[in-house]
Design a protein around this ligand. Structure first.
Ligand code: NI
Length: 167
């Protein structure tokens, strides 16, 4: 396993639309494992392949407190949504910022698991929010897109400055 580099906003590669995974090969399984390791190390509760510059529809999530319930979603699709919930969201690609975003409160999804098997999942609250946030990444979308232009520009400038200082 390996820790992967996470792209940071405003890196334009985060805007790439992820492609559907046709075959869940060993390469995909290995990527899912590396992404889980990267997410746990960060630490975070969700990571989309887009964030490690792989533009395929793969997400990993673990919202459990003891980090023992990894969830791998391949080609996830929301088939039903209900209600609204607002919460402060953060993102490993936008370090240090937490802003309120409105999401569906309950969602039903269809996806493939780590072995490529189809499954259905109903999620609410934090898990539902997390899945929607990660699915946005696959569509090239970030949580800052829900904020005002002004707010997004401030975050963009501050992160660019930090990124420059690092190199
Ligand atoms: Ni994110």
């Amino acid at each position: 396993m390996a820790i992967l580099d996470i792209l940071e906003f405003p890196d334009p590669r985060l805007r790439t639309r992820a492609k559907k995974i046709e075959n869940v090969t060993q390469k995909i399984t290995a990527l899912a494992d590396d992404m889980l390791e990267t997410m746990y190390a960060a630490p975070g509760i969700g990571l989309a392949a887009s964030q490690v510059n792989v533009h395929q529809q793969l997400i990993v999530i673990d919202i459990s407190e003891d980090k023992t319930q990894p969830l791998v979603l391949i080609n996830p699709k929301i088939v039903h949504r209900e209600g609204e919930i607002e919460s402060d969201e953060g993102c490993l690609s936008i370090p240090g910022y937490y802003e309120p975003v409105v999401r569906s409160e309950i969602i039903q999804i269809k996806a493939l698991d780590r072995e490529g098997k189809k499954f259905d999942l109903q999620a609410d609250e934090l898990l539902a929010i997390c899945i929607q946030h990660e699915m946005d990444h696959l569509a090239g979308k970030l949580f800052v897109d829900y904020l005002s232009n002004t707010k997004r520009q401030i975050i963009r400038k501050k992160l660019l400055k930090l990124q420059k200082q690092r190199t």
